[in-house]
Design a binder for this molecule. Structure first.
Ligand code: C5P
Length: 302
């Protein structure tokens, strides 16, 4: 194949419990992740290599173009792990729609899309297990972004256990638009004292109740048990609290921060409620997106 277009879906964390720091510097996680219809589009094409071995461009200036882009790392990792011939080059254009540095895994979604694109372009037909192995070498959220839907995610993020996907509930995203460094939020989390966090028993109870809610598709049970340990360490705690309060006041069933933030998501019962919540949040949050849950992760578009 000469090229591919791939849809890279964002994710949110219905639940994110962060454990102790491991010897490799990463934290042990337990999360329930959910894909969103909100997505970037990536356009790949093979070249003769005259423009470069891997060339990444994006319509959003805050996204790095070169080796720091996760798409670049994904293509490199793909070459290394599959030993596919590196003759010629790969050009990638990212049409970015997922807010950058917001906790929606935009970079990881693009990397997952790159792995799918490479498999498609080189017609390797790799198994999901092989693709996941490549994904886990690129970044913590990349394996989930590859599989998508609704899943329990553990380890550093590489263990993905898919659940029956949830219906396509509408969500309103609200963010300050400021980029947050994930590593910095984790560093702040490490400096929190035990008494600044909910008890592990309380977190355990929430996880079990949320998982039950997901399994029986009970939106009330899901909404009542949203949790994100990193909310306690975010640099924009006041804003996050404000957006959550406004969303709930405007009729959202529940609201929580996603990933390392600062984006807040509000689950609503229908389109009318989405409009009402978006209307109210717009008065305080510079960035608002209305989207919905998706049953899929990265997807080659035909
Ligand atoms: O894997 P990824 O590059 O997405 O992680 C970004 C940063 O987030 C890491 O450098 C690390 O500081 C932090 N992180 C962590 N534990 C995880 C995932 C991410 O400490 N399980």
């Amino acid at each position: 194949m000469l090229g591919a277009k791939v849809i890279a879906r964002a994710k949110l964390n219905l639940f994110l419990d962060v454990g102790k720091k491991r010897p490799d510097g990463y934290h042990e996680l337990r999360s329930i992740m959910q894909s969103l219809e909100l997505a970037d589009e990536l356009y790949f094409r093979r070249t003769d290599g005259s423009t470069g071995r891997i060339v990444v461009k994006c319509n959003e200036e805050r996204v790095p173009h070169g080796e720091e882009n996760l798409v670049y790392k994904a293509v490199e990792t793909f070459y290394r792990k599959t030993k596919v011939s590196e003759e010629g080059g790969i050009e990638v254009f990212i049409n970015k729609r997922i807010p950058v540095g917001a906790g929606l895994a935009g970079g990881s979604a693009d990397a997952a899309a790159a792995i799918l694109a490479m498999n498609h372009i080189f017609e390797l037909g790799l198994t999901t297990a092989a693709l996941l192995d490549i994904a886990s070498g690129v970044g913590s959220d990349v394996p989930f972004c590859l599989v998508g839907g609704t899943a329990v995610v553990t380890g550093r993020g590489e263990k993905v256990e898919s659940l029956e996907p949830l219906p396509c509930y509408h969500v309103v995203l609200a963010s300050s638009g400021l980029e947050v460094s994930t590593a910095e939020v984790y560093r702040r989390f490490d400096s929190l004292l035990d008494e600044e966090l909910p008890s592990s028993k309380e977190i355990e109870r929430k996880f079990d109740s949320l998982l039950d809610g997901v399994k029986i598709r009970d939106i009330g049970g899901i909404s009542a048990n949203l949790h994100n340990s990193l909310e306690f360490a975010t640099l924009q705690k006041d804003l996050v609290e404000e957006y959550k309060k406004v969303a709930k006041f405007a009729g959202a069933i529940a609201a929580s921060m996603t990933g390392s933030g600062p984006c807040v998501f509000a689950i609503v019962s229908g389109l009318e409620e989405a409009a009402e919540v978006a209307w109210e949040l717009e008065k305080t949050a510079p960035l608002i997106i209305v989207t919905s849950f998706s049953e899929r992760g990265a997807q080659v578009s035909t």
